[in-house]
Design a binder for this molecule. Structure first.
Ligand code: ATP
Ligand code: MG
Length: 402
């Protein structure tokens, strides 16, 4: 017993790197129309005209970042043939940035990172106008004629969206005169798009590009292409890719998620020391991935959220779901008292239930009372009952309830 030795396995994966999230494919499949629209929006640049600002949105995993990468590389290399053109791209992922100020300061640092003579600035403490001035100066000093600034995952700045107004009009407002500035804003949050202030919509959304979720056919193409490089010949049984593509389309339409599923299925076959990957591996992989995701969500809930979820779980075990919030609150009250936790009001338990529904942990079915009674939700766990039960029972404080 104890440790096993690591030996190279060579029956399943020929090159598993291509299934990793950090791998960038050289081809974007099934996105011809979107790519054409993207290239069209950037066409003014190659003609030496000011760029249009672009707003690109669509759900997670639908190819927004990778297509931007591919289209801009192509543009840059095609621009090289023209002596009067120089296209610079500046990429910033805004994931951890919550204000326009932070975005501006981080952009300044992207410029400074390339220049050994300049040190990066602190991203707090400067007056906002000073940070913008530094940014304008860097843009002005660029060698190129065009600066295309990509702000990826820009929805994290929320309603503090001033930068999305300032940057696109850097040239027209006279802040930058020697370089044309264009902005490409990318986001996967539809609320953010709807809530952009009117002035931002006017400037940034000159060209709006929308990437739809992939359907099962498209995911099938993407998976097959990747599988050819990733797996040895004849390792995948014929139902593997269709099953992974169908699940992927049904759950999210995300290529990232479908690739993850295929990778995990291969992993299970390797773990079981089998020489083929089967539809059953896909099924099991899906279960494991769902369990991981739900596990992370549930484990990060505060005790009160877990208690609300436990109430739905115990009701479901007794066959009493879908349940109304009053019923759930009664059940919750019993559980909370049993473990000596505070008992929260119906209102606040209701907020927690809505939250769980938005996270995809609970199913909420909207009902109408008719006769002016308004609408309300009924909750249940659906096919996640087993997984959620297991996770809740692992919680020390809650285990007494089961
Ligand atoms: N059309 C495609 N062809 C091949 N691979 C694709 C395609 N679309 C997406 N992928 C794969 O899916 C992964 C995720 O795509 P990408 O990072 O572009 O998603 P995104 O839309 O930017 O998502 P997010 O909103 O989460 O950032 C890519 O790394 C790539 O491997
Ligand atoms: Mg992305």
């Amino acid at each position: 017993m104890g440790l096993n030795s690591f030996t190279r396995d060579n029956s399943i994966f020929e090159n598993e790197t291509v299934l990793r999230d950090e791998y960038t494919p050289d081809d974007l499949l099934e996105r011809d129309d979107e790519l054409a629209a993207y290239q069209n929006a950037l066409r003014p640049v190659i003609n030496g005209a000011p760029p249009k600002n672009i707003f690109l949105y669509g759900q997670t995993g639908v190819g927004k970042t990778i297509s931007t990468d591919l289209v801009l590389s192509q543009l840059q290399s095609d621009a090289e043939q023209y002596d009067d053109l120089g296209v610079e791209t500046i990429y910033l992922n805004c994931k951890d940035l919550s204000t326009s100020y932070q975005v501006a300061a981080n952009l300044v640092n992207v410029f400074r990172a390339d220049d050994p003579d300049q040190s990066t600035i602190s991203t707090t403490g400067y007056p906002q106008s000073m940070v913008y001035d530094m940014l304008w100066e860097h843009l002005e000093d660029l060698d190129g004629t065009h600066a295309l600034i990509v702000l990826d995952e820009v929805d994290s700045i929320g309603t503090d969206d001033g930068i999305l107004y300032q940057l696109p009009r850097a040239s027209t407002a006279g802040h930058v005169t020697d370089t044309y500035v264009g902005v490409i804003g990318i986001c996967n949050n539809f609320t953010f798009r709807d809530n952009l202030s009117a002035r931002v919509k006017d400037t940034l959304c000159e060209e709006e590009l929308h990437f739809k979720p992939y359907d099962a056919n498209q995911l099938g193409t993407i998976l097959r292409h990747r599988a050819e490089k990733a797996f040895f010949d004849d390792v995948l049984e014929s139902d593997v890719i269709p099953a992974a593509a169908a699940y992927g389309a049904q759950e999210s339409g995300s290529a990232r998620q479908a690739l993850k599923l295929l990778y995990k299925a291969g992993d299970l076959a390797r773990e079981g020391e089998r020489s083929t990957v089967t539809g059953e591996d896909v099924e099991n992989a899906r279960e494991l991935i769902a369990k991981d995701r739900i596990g992370d969500e549930v484990n990060s809930l505060p005790t009160q959220g877990k208690l609300a979820l436990t109430a739905v779980y115990t009701l479901e075990r007794r066959g009493e779901t879908p349940s109304k919030r009053i019923q759930i609150h009664e059940e919750y009250e019993r559980h909370a008292s049993a473990i000596d936790a505070d008992v929260l009001s119906i209102r606040s338990i209701h907020d927690r239930l809505s939250d769980l529904r938005l996270k995809g942990i609970l199913d909420g079915e909207e009902r109408n009372d008719g006769r002016g009674g308004g609408s309300y939700y009924q909750y249940q766990l659906g096919d996640r009952e087993d997984i959620i039960g297991e996770i809740l029972q692992e919680d020390e404080r809650l285990s007494a309830l089961f």
